[in-house]
Design a protein around this ligand. Structure first.
Ligand code: IMP
Ligand code: MG
Length: 189
């Protein structure tokens, strides 16, 4: 897919290929939300979004759900402004709420090595939620090695660096309504 016509040239010129359009994402989220509504029927759900990447996804997923939902956010450091994992997970912002006895779904934009998620889920489990599951919009091939089971998945992506729909390169492109790869020139290389 090519980039839509209504983008500014500054964005358009940097996009190589659109992997998932806004419609693709919306359709898949509606399906996942339906599954979650069935799984949590008669219960309340706490969505924990992992900032910053999950901010767009959280808003769209929450609006597809009919289950009573509350939301909270955590921020962890993973990749600085480069495209390679640092191997260091640091909590920059903790939860505002107590999750003890609650049904929690951690909402992640993408799982690559799984390092971030693995750490996060073990950390949240120690606070005794009633249950804890994971939704990852995108999973890369290496994600299959993750110990943490990912119950809800959006799409599998090849081992490419992708941006849009919350995902950034050097903090840019998060506002694109679709998911795309960038031209090599966009990395300044
Ligand atoms: P992991 O710890 O290797 O699984 O990395 C997960 C985090 O790295 C994600 O939450 C993203 O913030 C970031 N990340 C991994 N792959 C990509 C990508 O292709 N584009 C943008 N960010 C990515
Ligand atoms: Mg990032």
């Amino acid at each position: 897919m090519n980039a839509p016509d209504d983008l500014t040239p500054a964005l358009r010129d940097n996009i190589e290929q659109v992997l998932f359009s806004a419609d693709d994402l919306d359709e898949r989220l509606a399906e996942v939300a339906k599954q979650m509504d069935a799984d949590y029927a008669g219960q309340e759900l706490l969505l924990v979004g992992v900032l910053k990447g999950a901010f767009v996804l959280m808003a769209d997923l929450a609006r597809h759900l009919t289950t009573p939902v509350s939301v909270d956010f955590m921020a962890v450091s993973s990749y600085g402004s480069s495209t390679k994992t640092s191997g260091v997970v640091r909590i920059l912002k903790d939860l505002d709420t107590d999750i003890e006895g609650k049904h929690v779904v951690v909402v992640e934009d993408i799982i690559d090595s799984g390092l971030t998620l693995d750490y996060l889920v073990r950390y949240l489990r120690s606070r005794n939620p009633a249950s804890i599951e994971v939704f990852a919009l995108l999973t890369k091939p290496a994600a299959h090695r993750v110990e943490v089971p990912v119950k809800y998945r959006g799409f599998e992506v090849p081992d490419l660096f992708v941006v849009g729909y919350g995902l950034d390169f050097a903090e840019l492109y998060r506002n694109l309504p679709f998911i795309a790869t960038l031209k090599p020139a966009a990395y300044g290389g």
